[in-house]
Design a protein around this ligand. Structure first.
Ligand SMILES: [Zn+2]
Length: 558
């Protein structure tokens, strides 16, 4: 018998964390049918010549909900060995959605997730109302596999209309939303997601709908998942303060009896010890049998922004009130000395939480509009301020005013402390992800988290072994999702595979393109060192090029 595909002479990492062994892998009808000393012929043979063959990587935290509609290849994830991505995180989704809410829901994505409204309006075809209809629309053409989380902000908006951003749900509304979730889970969604981050506000200045849910409401939804063999709940922010967030995640996990994946453990300059406290709490819960685990990321989270599109100050009330306005009103407000005093007071208030680090020595001027400001490019605001003997806040705001808010800045939001980032990453209880692919397309770029983990952290920094890193990118994530037919190289499992060179795999620096619908700008990030990405037994990418196939599909929870 001739196999469909035979990969010969590979260093096989099976995804369990076990060391590599040399051998062949045969694929037939989309499945792995033989591993090891495999004889026989095949319609297509790949001579691996000692390259490493691993299960395809899973990207468990993306916001590709809209992008996949116009970009079924999921660029730039396709260049990083990803064979399954998960969308619908942080409560954001575009289904279910009533026709009258189309604009409202797109605007929810614009501020927090930094998506272009022009691109969304041009690229989203609204060929659905319900969640199952959306899944069917996605399934028409896909390069890689897609698993979906239902987003609780979309569910709330669907069930409660504009009140979703105002109040907790009534008993009737809770029953309606439980039914919506049940319908999505029955159609194969892999769970649902919540958002309680107070800095996550929609274009209208109100917190996104998920954030208005009471803890009882959250637990009522969590119960819907109980009894399932697959699926999980993803959550960002604390659903029940002042009880510590990790304790609340544990309660949710005990209620649904499935994993809760929370966001997350990251180093942050504004709360430099928080990561250690959160990691200890997570460790204690896991040791006590909890299914709640924190998400982390191998990358630093940087953001490129101007004051027209920025969300990183939204946790500071005085800043938020101003920056939500149209540009001419923002400029007028920034000129006001009393407003600046309010801004300053927010920055000094240790109780306020916002992604901005409050560190002007980490705020770099990237691109100026005016010739007379060019000399400021590639310099930190703190240095410019010291040179001019002025307050950094004034330097920053005056530059923004002078350039009508179009000056581009770059700053690091999280994981700037490399020792902390490494300790988080190698901890056995942390789940690796958070590419945020599809979101913040013109602000930051995390597509390459998998290649960065293998190239930078494993090869250069030797933080963990290659088999362990591959386990964190494959079987560990499949186990969280309850996806028992993927994430390992084993006979009988689906042939999602990636063939790479551990000596050269890496992510490349991002480049700027204007290829979104309506010509909107975004970052593209390619990778090196991957020779083949195989999805459901078919080659998708070869040496960084798409071979023309679309073997992916929407994965349906059993
Ligand atoms: Zn997210």
């Amino acid at each position: 018998m001739a196999y469909d595909l035979l990969i010969k002479d590979a260093q096989i990492l099976d995804g369990t964390g076990a060391p590599a062994c040399n051998g062949n892998v045969a694929v037939q009808d989309g499945k792995i049918v033989a591993v090891g000393e495999v004889a026989g012929t095949a319609k297509r043979t790949i001579n691996a010549d000692g390259l490493t063959l691993a299960p395809g990587f899973i990207d468990i935290h993306t916001h590709m909900d809209a992008q996949l509609l116009w970009d079924p290849l999921a660029t730039s994830s396709c260049w990083h060995g990803i064979t399954t991505l998960v969308l619908g995180n942080c409560s954001f989704a575009i289904a279910p959605c009533k026709p009258q809410d189309h604009d409202h829901i797109l605007k929810t994505l614009v501020r927090v997730e930094g998506m272009s409204l022009d691109a969304l309006q041009a690229g989203v075809d609204w060929a659905w109302e319900t969640y199952p209809e959306y899944m069917d629309r996605l399934d028409r053409q896909l390069g890689m596999n897609v698993a979906t989380f239902m987003g609780y902000s979309a569910i709330r908006l669907y069930a409660m209309g504009s009140d979703a951003s105002e109040r907790a749900a009534t008993a009737d509304e809770i029953q309606t939303m439980r039914a919506i979730i049940r319908e999505g889970l029955d159609a194969g969604a892999y769970g649902f997601s919540f958002n309680f981050n107070p800095a996550h506000i929609a274009a209208d200045g109100r917190q996104v709908p998920s954030g208005l849910a009471s803890f009882d409401e959250v637990l009522a939804m969590a119960e819907v998942l109980k009894g399932s063999q697959a699926g999980l709940i993803q959550i960002i922010g604390n659903p029940n303060p002042p009880t510590p967030a990790p304790d609340n995640y544990d309660i949710i996990a005990r209620t649904c009896e499935r994993p809760v994946l929370w966001l997350g453990v990251l180093h942050s300059y504004s709360q430099p010890d928080l990561w250690r406290r959160n990691l200890s709490a997570a460790e204690a819960h896991v040791a006590a049998g909890s299914l709640a685990r924190p998400l982390c990321t191998p990358r630093t989270i940087d953001v490129l922004f101007n004051l027209k599109n920025v969300h990183i100050f939204d946790g500071f009330p005085a800043w938020k009130d101003v920056l939500i306005k149209p540009p001419e009103d923002v400029i007028a407000a920034l000129r006001s000395p009393s407003r600046r005093d309010d801004f300053r007071r927010d920055l000094q208030d240790p109780e306020l939480r916002s992604p901005f680090s409050r560190r002007w020595d980490l705020m770099e001027v990237i691109e100026t509009v005016h010739e007379h400001n060019r000399h400021l490019e590639r310099r930190m605001i703190s240095d410019i301020a010291a040179e001019q003997s002025r307050d950094p806040l004034d330097v920053f705001l005056d530059l923004c005013i002078d350039e009508q808010l179009d000056t581009e800045f770059l700053t690091v939001l999280a994981n700037g402390d490399e020792d902390a980032a490494g300790e988080i990453l190698k901890h056995p209880d942390t789940v690796v992800g958070l590419s945020d692919a599809g979101a913040h397309a013109a602000l930051e770029c995390g597509y390459g988290f998998s290649t960065h983990l293998l190239g930078y952290w494993v090869r250069e920094k030797q933080l963990m072994s290659l088999p362990e890193a591959v386990r964190k990118l494959t079987s560990m994530l499949a186990d969280q999702l309850g996806m028992d037919d993927r994430g390992r190289i084993q006979e009988g499992l689906v042939a999602d595979l990636v063939l790479f060179d551990p000596d050269t795999i890496n992510s490349l620096p991002p480049t700027v393109e204007h290829d979104l619908p309506a010509g909107a700008k975004r970052f593209i990030q390619k990778g090196t060192g991957i020779s083949h990405t195989i999805v459901n037994g078919e080659i998708l990418m070869e040496n960084g090029e798409h071979v023309g196939s679309y073997p992916g599909r929407v994965l349906r929870r059993a």
